[in-house]
Write a protein that binds this ligand. Sequence first.
Ligand SMILES: [Zn+2]
Length: 255
Amino acid sequence: MKLSLSNGIFSKFSIQENFATVKQLGFQNIEFNMKSVKKEHDTDVYREQQALQASGLTCLTLHSAILHVKDPIEVHQAIYYGKISLECAHALGAPIMTVHSNIAKKLPPHDRERCLNEIFNDEIKPFAKRLGIKLSLENLSCTSTGFAKNVEQLEEVLSVIDDGDLGITFDLCHALETKEADNLLDKYGERVCNVHMANKSHKPFTEPKPELLSFMSRLHDFEYTGPITLEIAHGTPLDEIAKCKVLFDKLVTQY
Ligand SMILES: [Zn+2]
């Protein structure tokens, strides 16, 4: 397994300061979160590319910008967010892009299939394929406005958009909050290609809690070798992140 840090936690910084802080903490790998791009000028992609090269960091995954569509009229905006995120993943050399279902849980059931088709099957998937980037669908929490918090909802989404290529981004924080960790692992353990790692409320783990060790051990059983991406709440003090890193530096070699 490979330790990585989501740079979304430093999204208020300039991109140079953002990467510098990640490096100062001793990380080599990042998940680039599109929250870190402040103004949505498409050409900013080149600025991010240059800053990443200068930092020497490796971008293992990219977290897409996302709109949870509440009404089909918003589909175009969701497609734009997905495509510009794919351009950024391509520029940063990230082979995997984490996506949400892009539909709101409030979206009426009869619109869900249509919106998923228009966003993913018509636009995002063919574009990702052209750029050689694998899409990875994330499980959400009960507090999210998006649709995909448990196996039933993920199955509904996958039944429309999956053609066998889609990976799963397993968010442990969300799975602990929804109490769905075991169900999700039973169903998707073999398809996991990115892990968002945090305790409930995106607090960092700083001790080897039983629920953490049992999760790591199950990942190991599935022969998981991908990223363990620390995805931690804004405002977490740097010394807490450092403690969390010490713990995971050990765990990724043990499992
Ligand atoms: Zn997440």
